[in-house]
Design a protein around this ligand. Structure first.
Ligand SMILES: Cc1ncc(C[n+]2csc(CCOP(=O)(O)OP(=O)(O)O)c2C)c(N)n1
Ligand SMILES: CC(=O)[C@@H](O)[C@H](O)COP(=O)(O)O
Ligand SMILES: [Mg+2]
Length: 631
């Protein structure tokens, strides 16, 4: 059936039996494709019926859907004319793993970061109202995304506005890991306590029987109704915020879904539909391990096992091991994660030190300010956050941590090019957004061994400090002995040279060393500095080398504007040094999805790219000269 669904109109004639068949085909298609491409399988398996029902009951693209995070939009893509492209999911120039208005008019709003959907949907609804148009706006948000502050800011405002807006709360009792917090508990109680259902039915029956009498009595009756509802009707919290609450309904049952969506369409004002789903539904390994199948690499469909590659441990793993080593000696160390315990390696810390670990939910701002509070109370919080998600908490870093010089450690995982998640998740901005904050020390290790020492240095440092490291495996260096404190603001010369100085930071140091080897073969003598610190810069070391070579190239896996190269340029300007400088970095554009190696090659962020840039920029005639010499 799936190939016959060219657009949502093709769903209109299908009865429940056909819809059930279609749901099974969609699941097969997603399992088969994601087993090859990798992707967010479990969230999508959970919303198959829900998404089909949405497309059946609404009229996209006239009606607008906003998917929160957007990692659960695969079913929507399959129903909106993107079946043929589906095999290119998350690949270079292929279908995005998130909604993209550039891909389809059915994608009303681009997402990737969590908890934005209700705000965006409110704005779309307001634009509709301004233009006196008449269409539905539907935000689809998960219970995990509902832990993010923006979700509450927008519920609060949308409830106050009273405009027509439908929020579908997809409650599968999971974030990536288990969901956390009081709201999650509230949703669970609605899910599981039969008293709520019974109470709701009883009250509804009672209310139906209440007589319509004179207006004063009516007012009293209304108040009685309200207080009775308050006591037992589920979703009262949302009702108090100004939403009509519908549910909870079984999100895998077409009859219930169609009925509740039909009611939602007819109600005036904001409506919240509470839908219960099972993450990973229909594929046993994903149902059993929804966290592992939240976002998964290629896997074997029969066994559900991922294709393992042997190699160096990931940066995350090394960070996780080192943090536990440090915490065994220092009982002030506290680990904080914002809903990414597995992704950041804080899960292992939590197992060993459950009382010193906090998962705050998808609440990066709260994570940072709470850490500031912990630091003010004498602790050493290590906040492990993906570079892209710390973008959320800029003011908290500046206002709550840095202004008070509080010793919070920011461990930024997934810094640099992240690969298949693409532009929403690239960790390419952190040097820039942190470098302008006074008193914040910024480090990046050249490899996984240096990461351990930097983490130790950070914990021992008594002021705000950050370190960033990339997604994926380290480079396989030996882990050297005891953890050591690195001198703050000191880099190291890894290779001497007389023609040019390459100053690299973080994971660009080793490719720079390789590039220097290549350059040597062309007769260029390149010095290589591992800067280690973006702030404070090792000015003496860099200036001394530049004095020798006159030419300098900076290399970083980060955007050019405001990054490490900018820091070096500012330093040269400060000292009135007139050197010949080139900066290798990501230009002023959003980096698309594609494997990390492919995208690094595209931007010249690998050994061949670095040596090519050096030759083209500083030694353009070199090949010719060599050929002439050889001749
Ligand atoms: C600001 C931000 N922080 C963290 C994430 C990482 N993240 C993506 S999905 C997700 C869990 C979302 O849970 P939920 O909304 O319940 O969706 P489900 O996967 O359960 O369908 C998290 C933590 C993110 N995308 N954005
Ligand atoms: C959708 C989302 O934001 C996360 O699931 C993210 O894709 C995780 O990325 P990693 O695979 O790098 O942990
Ligand atoms: Mg969820």
């Amino acid at each position: 059936m799936l190939p016959n669904i060219k657009n949502p109109d093709d769903l209109r004639q299908l009865d429940n039996k056909s819809l059930i068949k279609l749901a099974a085909e969609i699941r097969d298609e997603m399992i088969s494709t994601v087993s090859r491409t990798g992707g967010h399988l479990a969230p999508n398996l959970g919303v198959v019926e829900l998404t089909i029902a949405l497309h059946k009951m609404f009229n996209s693209p006239r009606d607008r859907f906003v998917f929160d995070v957007g990692h659960q939009s695969y079913v929507h893509k399959l129903l909106t004319g993107r079946q043929e492209a589906f095999e290119t999911l998350r690949q270079y120039r292929g279908l995005s793993g998130f909604p993209k208005f550039q891909e389809s008019p059915h994608d009303a709003f681009n997402t990737g970061h969590s908890s934005t959907s209700i705000s965006a949907a409110t704005g779309i609804a307001l634009a509709r109202d301004q233009q006196k148009k008449d269409y539905h706006v539907v935000a689809v948000i998960g219970d995990g995304a509902l832990t993010g502050g923006m979700a509450y800011e927008s519920l609060n405002h949308a409830g106050h506005l009273g405009t027509n807006l439908i929020v579908i709360l997809n409650d599968n009792e999971m974030s990536i890991a288990s969901n956390v917090g009081a709201m999650s508990g509230y949703l669970s109680r609605m899910r599981s306590d039969p008293m709520y259902y019974k109470g709701k039915e009883d009250i509804e029956n009672l209310l139906k029987r209440l007589p319509s009498v004179g207006s004063r009595v009516l007012k009293v009756m209304e108040r009685v109704k309200d207080s009775l509802k308050y006591l037992v009707v589920p979703g009262m919290l949302f009702e108090e915020l100004g939403f009509t609450y519908l549910g909870p309904v079984d999100g895998h049952n077409f009859t219930s879904l169609k009925s509740v969506l039909s009611s939602a369409k007819s109600i005036k004002g904001p409506v919240l539909v509470h839908v219960l789903t099972t993450k990973g539904k229909g594929y046993q390994p994903a149902e059993e391990n929804p966290d592992q199948f939240h976002g998964i690499g290629p896997f074997n469909i029969e066994s559900g096992k991922t294709v393992k590659t042997k190699g160096a441990p990931s940066y995350t793993q090394v960070f996780s091991d080192a943090l536990r080593d440090i915490a065994r000696e220092n009982d002030k160390v506290i680990a904080v994660t914002a809903a990414m315990p597995g992704g950041t390696g804080i899960d292992a810390f939590g197992q060993e030190f459950p009382d010193r670990t906090y998962d705050v939910g998808i609440a990066e701002q709260h994570a940072v300010t709470m850490s500031a509070g912990l630091a003010a109370g004498g602790y050493k919080p290590v906040v492990a956050i993906y570079s892209t998600f710390l973008q959320r908490a800029y003011d908290q870093v500046l206002h709550d941590v840095a202004l008070q010089k509080l010793p919070v450690v920011f461990a930024l995982d997934r810094a640099g090019i992240v690969g298949d998640d693409g532009e929403t998740h690239q960790g390419l901005f952190d040097f820039a957004y942190l470098r302008n904050i006074p008193g914040l020390t910024i480090m990046a290790p050249k490899d996984e061994n240096e990461l351990r020492h930097m983490l130790y240095t950070a914990v021992e440092h008594n002021e705000p400090i950050s370190l960033r490291y990339p997604r994926g495996s380290g480079i396989g260096v030996t882990m050297e002995g005891d953890l050591q404190q690195l001198p703050i603001g000191r880099g190291e010369v890894l290779r001497d040279g007389t023609d040019i100085t390459i100053v690299a930071i973080g994971n660009m140091v080793h490719p720079s060393l390789e590039a220097a080897e290549k350059l040597a073969l062309k007769g260029v003598s390149a010095a290589v500095i591992n800067a280690r610190f973006v702030k404070p810069l090792d000015e003496d070391l860099i200036l001394k080398q530049i004095d020798k070579t006159g030419k300098v190239v900076t290399v970083e896996e980060h955007v050019l504007a405001g990054g490490f190269g900018s820091a070096v340029l500012e330093m040269l300007a400060k000292h009135s040094i007139n050197a010949d400088v080139s900066n290798i970095a990501v230009p002023d554009e959003f980096v698309q999805q594609g494997s990390q190696s492919m995208m690094r090659a595209k931007y010249g962020l690998d050994a061949p790219g670095i040596s090519r840039t050096v030759v083209e920029r500083f030694f353009p005639g070199i090949n010719l000269r060599q050929v002439r010499q050889r001749g």
